[in-house]
Design a protein around this ligand. Sequence first.
Ligand code: ADP
Ligand code: MG
Length: 645
Amino acid sequence: MAADLQKWRRSLPIFPARGKLLKEIKARPSCVVVGETGSGKTTQIPQYLLESGVGTSGVVAVTQPRRVAAVSVAKRVAEERGCQLGSEVGYAVRFDECYSSETRLKYMTDGMLLREAMSDPTLSRYSTVILDEAHERTVHTDLLFGVVKAAQGKRRGDLRVVVMSATLAAEEFSLYFNQAKVLYVQGRQFPVEVLYAAEPQQDYLHSAVVSILQLHCSMGPGDILVFLTGREEIESVQGVLRECQSMFPSNWQGIHVQPLYAALPSHHQQQVFKPAPQGCRKVILSTNIAETSVTIPGVRCVVDPGLVKARGYSPVVGLDILSVQPISQAQARQRAGRAGREAPGSCYRLYTEHTFSQLRENSEPEILRCTLTSVVLELLAMGMSDLLTFDFMTAPSEEGLVSALEQLCLLGAVEGREGKEGVRLTALGGKMATFPLEPGLSRAILQSSVSVCVSDYVCSCDCCCRREAAAKKWCVWQLCSLWTLSSSLLPPSETRWLLPTRRFHSPHGDHLTLLAVYHAYTAASGKKAWCRENFIHQRNLRAALDVQPQLVELSSRVGVALVSNSDSRTVRRALLDGLHCQTAEHVGGGRYRTLSSRQEVFIHPSSCLFHVRPHPPCVMYSQLVHTSKCYMRNVSVIEADWLAS
Ligand code: ADP
Ligand code: MG
């Protein structure tokens, strides 16, 4: 096995360039590596560095925009090195870490490295920082560019920075890092035939299903990769394919559907790398993850509806909205490229050639598209009080920064905005920054807890949880732990609110429903059977529970004790403390208006309040999603007079 893997490593397109890459990377403080997805950048370059002794002077960090990629790549590399995960090779993602003092190579999300930079701005533990998938330009990677550059300029002249990108647009990175050298890695790319829809498609999901079936019946051997926008879409297409399959004659080749999305448990994600069962064709239904983060062998054909679900700031609402948007031309090319890694392939674009020509060339950096509240809080926590002088690769608008400061002021996290001397974090703001949660949630947790002297801190999670289960009390912090995974906790939305899950419905809304599910789970004796009976994803629920000790630990670090409240009102009021900008009132016929911007919104069909009549007059929500209308997700009932106080 190990020998096979070594042979495989030597067969990757990047291998012939090993010596040159090492020489160039070691010769200078910063460089940019550009190479097609699948060439071996993420898994091999860090290993080459280790093998050449770089890891001895400090850990090699490799950042990834996605948790999925960080964990799955770390597993893969540990396997290639024949070591146990967590020893030489480890990973760190939000709420899940696996590394030790032995670890020399650490795959981590960009958000995690940024958190470390808050307490250690020069990243003193690391000899090398590799910023991978830089072309994605996530907010966190963008901030890290500034952090590593500042560290190199300060006391860390020895810090080596490698920026890795899958697209050719590397000049921007090179310019930013003082004309850093750009190294190109040859990829393996066979021709891909691109076909367009003759006319615009009304229903892209329908077109996707039809295309999959037609391809399955007509193409030779090889797998099909389909890009969809989210878990719900993936599950619904999966359902339709399953039904269609039952109509095939029994002697037909089968379809083996493999979903791939961020919230999927990682052992399921690993399945995607395995070949389909004998006599079957693999059809991978994936979100954007498969665009550049993971490479799936066997794909000969790509079906691309041309859409992606992305976060975007809505000036109308004053908040980020998740919505389905057209991809950029660069993304469309990446997607098509996935079909030609091992042999010539084809890509079916479910949009016209004209539509393609109208797409923007490259995606906009996320920092220009999202609310900057968390960003500003993180920068302030890193001691960068003068935001306007931070060396952004692409600077967000001044209004955006000011509006984030206003939000943080409302949440009590900063003060002194009026004065020209800059702003300061308040004690509350400093504590809020410690939690890897949205500032509103952190505030809700902190407001519902009591301050204690750190040395008096006695509550261990174990006792606390047991007490909770016995008393069935409500805890804001427990709720937040569930919240971080709420999208993956409950069954798909079609079945979500059917019996028997319905029995957990709280008249107060989704947040308390989540808590009710949690209480019932902790009280259940046969947990596995309980989850099966109730259509709850046990693995995801357990992952949510794993978050709790960490919240307890973080709370003890900032000197507060997490408490439980005896009634649901207190919990909802504490939540409202953090969500007071995310409230809406009923204006008739199921239509709501947000209180901050008077935007028309509706309760999402997945909410337990969707069928409740009369409509609750006043609600708060965790998130807005824009599909056919603007929907509120995770909704809870509040009382109007709470808003006044
Ligand atoms: P790049 O970063 O250039 O896109 P990677 O280093 O991620 O390339 O991948 C190199 C090769 O390793 C690809 O062919 C991919 O299929 C394979 N690979 C990556 N991760 C895994 C995994 N978890 N299991 C099996 N193969 C993998
Ligand atoms: Mg990669």
